[in-house]
Structures are given as structure tokens and as C-alpha cells.
Design a protein around this ligand. Structure first.
Ligand SMILES: [Mg+2]
Length: 245
């Protein structure tokens, strides 16, 4: 382990000094990219026009087509927005779909998505540890509320998570500190001894820094750390559990 990494890990408090733990949901506690890829893989299998494209390419297009505002302002439901994006991706590869076909393809997408929507390895162990130690746990997510609440129910996350906060207006989006402050108020704790674990530097880590709490970068996919951010970095939950206990 490099000296720099060792030094950054020093910012992570011991479990007995942690007053609350905040987590990002997508690709931190719960898999997101893998379920989306599975969704596109299952569409590829039944649409001959897509056979020369990879699920990764479709996922990238899917991400780029997302426009936050109309969904946020409820001009379009998240589900309809996903359908529209799937339709557009197929269209751009020469597959013109009828409404009925689109409905079928989006059904195929969501079935594959939910099948792979699982907890990230080791996440449950850390949540169990928090529960045993009576450390309150919040999920702070920029994700779509309907998807996130359904995820909570399907994965029985309420057994471990005290509160899930999703933004209701643009000001509450991470990295704005508002939702972090809200979670601290709910748990009646100050920033000291509060930890945020997340995979996104721009929303989770910057948000934690903006809120004065300890950021931990969950770098499960082994990306390069940007040079201008000082943050402790872990590659897995088992690594994090070993550090805090
Ligand atoms: Mg995330």
C-alpha cells in the first residue's frame, strides 16, 4: 500500500467513534451499472438490429440521453423516460419500434434489471455492523425515488437503513449539503464522527466535503483518483470493515 493511501485512510474513524453512517445507493450499496447492462443485453438478444452493438455502448447512449429536468419537474414519469430512451437507442440503430414493441422491450429490460439489482458484495456485513453498534444509517441518493424505494423493499434494506433521502428539488441534489444536513438533523448529530461512503467523486465525495463530514470513496471499479481531491479510498466493503473495526 502506498504511503499516500495509508495516510488518507487515517481520516476514517474507528467504529466506536462513528455517530452516523451515510451511504450512496447506486453502485455503492446496491449494484446499478450491472443491472442496466443486463437490461440491454437482454434487449440485444431479441433485436437482430442490435447484434453488432455491445450492451456497454447501449448503456453509454442511455446515460447520455438522460435529461434530468423533465423527470424532476414530473413532466414525464421516470418509466416513460426510460421507455423513450430505449426507443431512441433502437431507432438510432435502424430498429423502428411500435408502441406495443417498445412496451415489450422495456418489460424485458426491467425484468433483467431487477434480477441483477442486488447488494454490492460485503455491503450487508457493514450494515449489520452498524446495526449491532446502534449507529444510525441513511441512504442519500440522487437516483429516481420510485426505483430507489422499490429497491429498498425488494432488498429488505429497511432492516438496516433508518432513512432514505432522495432530492425533491434541484437544490437538494448532491453535492449540495442540504440532504446531508437533513440526515444529520434527523439523527441529531453534528458533522463530527459522521461518514459518507460513495462511488461518485463529484456528488458523494464533494457533497460530504461540503457538509464537513468524513468522505470515503468507494472505488469498487478501480478508477484513478483525481489529483485535486483528498479522500480516503477503499476498493471493497471488506476492506472498509477491516479499517473501521
Ligand atoms: Mg453511485
Amino acid at each position: 500500500m502506498s504511503e499516500e493511501k495509508l495516510e488518507s485512510l487515517g481520516s476514517i474513524p474507528n467504529i466506536n467513534d462513528i455517530h452516523a453512517m451515510f451511504f450512496d445507493m447506486d453502485d455503492t450499496l446496491v449494484k446499478y451499472r450491472e443491472p442496466v447492462l443486463a437490461g440491454f443485453e437482454s434487449i440485444r438478444e431479441i433485436v437482430p438490429e442490435m447484434k453488432d452493438n455491445t450492451a456497454e455502448e447501449m448503456e453509454e447512449q442511455f446515460r447520455k440521453l438522460f435529461t434530468f429536468d423533465p423527470v424532476f419537474r414530473k413532466e414525464i414519469s421516470y418509466k416513460d423516460d426510460v421507455n423513450a430512451r430505449i426507443g431512441e437507442i433502437l431507432n438510432s440503430h435502424g430498429k423502428n419500434v411500435s408502441d406495443a414493441e417498445l412496451k415489450h422491450f422495456s418489460g424485458v429490460f426491467w425484468r433483467a434489471f431487477w434480477k441483477k439489482r442486488r447488494m454490492v458484495d460485503g455491503a450487508k456485513d457493514l450494515l449489520q455492523m452498524c446495526k449491532t453498534k446502534n449507529i444510525p444509517v441513511a441512504i442519500i441518493t440522487n437516483g429516481n425515488p420510485q426505483i430507489q424505494f422499490r429497491t429498498m423493499i425488494r432488498l429488505r434494506l429497511h432492516d438496516f437503513v433508518d432513512v432514505i433521502l432522495t432530492p425533491r428539488n434541484a437544490e437538494e441534489l448532491k453535492p449540495n449539503p442540504l440532504l446531508f444536513m437533513k440526515a444529520m438533523n434527523l439523527f441529531n448529530v453534528g458533522p463530527e464522527g459522521v461518514v459518507m461512503v460513495g462511488d461518485s467523486i463529484s456528488s458523494d465525495i464533494k457533497g460530504a466535503i461540503n457538509s464537513g463530514i468524513v468522505p470515503i470513496w468507494f472505488n469498487n471499479s478501480k478508477r484513478n483518483k483525481p489529483g485535486d481531491v483528498e479522500v480516503a479510498e477503499v476498493e471493497s466493503f471488506s476492506e472498509l470493515v477491516n479499517i473501521i473495526r
